[in-house]
Design a protein around this ligand. Structure first.
Ligand SMILES: [Mn+2]
Length: 293
């Protein structure tokens, strides 16, 4: 199957205290352009230049400013995804921080207007709301928003009356660090979670394969937070957590599905090039992307 690929860079770190993931999209796209100059590249959003400096790790304490920028970014991305998919493109979205997922998947939901399954690889649950979060960081909130919890600007990105993802269609892999508020939200919704220790015990691929066989939607998408991967392989991310997934397993999975007719989008988030060591993290990002090229 020959896909028409578009690489969508989202240079925004507004969702995280350390905003340097905003630099990730540029680094990945510049690298890809040197290998694949003829691919279609676009940016959904630029970070405001004053925070793009590689030394800008000053956390933004005003949550309202971050909320404003995250809303601006995901609203724009959501509409771009709709336009690109309607033009026949398969989007590979490169972040940026994980709040961007609200834009990717709301765009997918509105465009296809049908339920889809979301396979979410992450060390964290990302299921906070402003009520449960201590850090008030939007990159800890996209799962809650996709399930319909949180501020309207995010929960109504796809449709006013229904959330982007139905709880029975969400699958998390690699989880190993979470807080009580978000865990209880996911427990209320009975979300299928493959914790990192379970993935290690049973094997990540068998766990994914069972999800792929038992899912009840045709369409599915994949969201990868770089911190899902063990930091030994991928140190270049905002919040590293030990005992993570082996990126080779993720590559094997992505190769298995590369020609699947109902695979609708891939996003890779939370790459922080300033924290990368010898381009180790970039290497795996490119491996993930190349499964589709
Ligand atoms: Mn995440």
């Amino acid at each position: 199957m020959k896909r028409k690929i578009v690489i969508v860079g989202v240079a925004s770190g507004w969702g995280a205290p350390d905003q340097r993931t905003a630099n990730g999209a540029h680094v990945v796209i510049n690298h890809l352009k040197s290998i694949y100059p003829d691919l279609f590249y676009t940016y959904a959003s630029y970070h405001l230049p004053e925070s793009l400096s590689s030394t800008a790790i000053k956390p933004l304490h005003d949550y309202a400013i971050r909320q404003f920028h995250v809303t601006r970014v995901v609203t724009e991305l959501s509409h771009q995804i709709e336009v690109l998919v309607n033009l026949g493109y398969f989007p590979i979205v490169i972040g940026g921080d994980h709040s961007i997922a609200m834009g990717t998947w709301s765009g997918i939901k509105r465009t296809y207007n049908t339920d889809f399954s979301l396979l979410w690889f992450d060390a964290h649950m990302d299921a906070h709301t402003y009520e449960s979060s201590n850090s008030l960081s939007p990159h800890g909130m996209p799962i809650a928003a996709l399930l319909g919890h949180g501020i309207k600007a995010w929960t109504e990105l796809a449709h006013k009356d229904r959330p982007v993802i139905a709880p029975e269609h969400l699958y998390q892999f690699g989880i190993r660090s979470f807080e009580e508020g978000e865990a209880s939200l996911l427990a209320e919704h009975n979300i299928a979670i493959c914790y990192a220790h379970t993935c290690a015990k049973n094997g990540l691929l068998p766990e994914i394969q069972s999800v792929m066989q038992n899912r009840s939607t045709e369409n599915f998408g994949v969201s990868i937070d770089i911190d899902a991967i063990d930091p030994h392989f991928a140190p270049g991310t905002g919040t590293t957590e030990p005992d993570g997934l082996n990126p080779k397993d993720i590559v094997s999975f992505l190769k298995e599905i590369k020609n699947h007719p109902h695979y609708v989008a891939l996003e890779i988030m939370e790459f922080n090039p300033d924290k990368d060591i010898e381009n180790k993290t970039l290497y795996w990002l490119i491996e993930f992307i190349e499964t589709l090229i």
